[in-house]
Design a protein around this ligand. Structure first.
Ligand code: UDB
Ligand code: ZN
Length: 183
């Protein structure tokens, strides 16, 4: 079982590496790791389990965050229209995106960052992602708003990018060009 002790914190070089593609089909070990990552998110959103193991309620996790520099992410959350997103994905890739940007009104945090970093994190408003799921099926996902933000946050981890890299240096709350607030 993955707990907060397994989560790599900022300062660890693995969070700054560009993660390696997973050679498909994935090995059983890779599938087991990704399944554990997804289970961590589910556990972290279960009040009783989260309390017992002191887990922060997570919506997404990338393999580098548990020290594994491979292109694997898990996401588990509901968006504002109650739409459920629960996936373990290999080699996720943005194949197209909007020009328009969006940002979370409340800013972002990260399971690997034990401090608050204020400011808006501009991202694409809409993205289309291609990836391979845990069953080996190729998926194409069209995402917008909050869902698009979560996936981009996790994809950034595969490229060694932290959310605060995208916050404006001098004016953290400057509203980016053609961006709309979410929430
Ligand atoms: C999170 N969780 O998991 F709207 F029930 C954040 C943390 C850093 C605060 C744990 C989160 O946003 N939870 C949440 C949000 C809701 C409703 C709810 C729970 N991440 C994932 C992460 O660090 N992945 O690497 C940070 C998010 C910030 C924007 C997208 C991901
Ligand atoms: Zn993160």
């Amino acid at each position: 079982m993955i707990t907060m002790e397994d989560i790599v914190r900022e300062g660890d070089p693995v969070l700054r590496q560009v993660a390696e593609e997973v050679k498909l089909p994935a090995t059983q070990e890779e599938k087991d790791i990704l399944t554990d990552m997804l289970q961590f998110l589910k556990n972290s959103q279960d009040e009783e389990i989260a309390q017992k193991y002191q887990l922060r309620a997570g919506v997404g996790l990338a393999a580098p965050q548990i020290g594994i520099s491979k292109r694997m992410i898990a996401v588990h959350f509901q968006d504002h229209d109650e739409k459920q997103y629960s996936y373990g994905l290999f080699n996720p890739k943005i194949v197209s995106h909007s020009v328009a940007q969006a940002y979370l009104e409340g800013g972002e945090g990260c399971l690997s960052v034990d401090r608050e970093v204020p400011g808006y994190v501009p991202r694409y408003q809409r993205i289309t992602i291609k990836a391979t799921d845990l069953d080996g099926n190729e998926l194409k996902l069209k995402l917008k708003g909050y869902a698009a933000i979560v996936f981009q946050h996790e994809l950034d981890h595969l490229n060694g990018i932290m959310f605060y890299d995208r916050i404006h240096q001098d004016d953290p709350f400057t509203v980016p060009e053609n961006a709309t607030a979410i929430d």
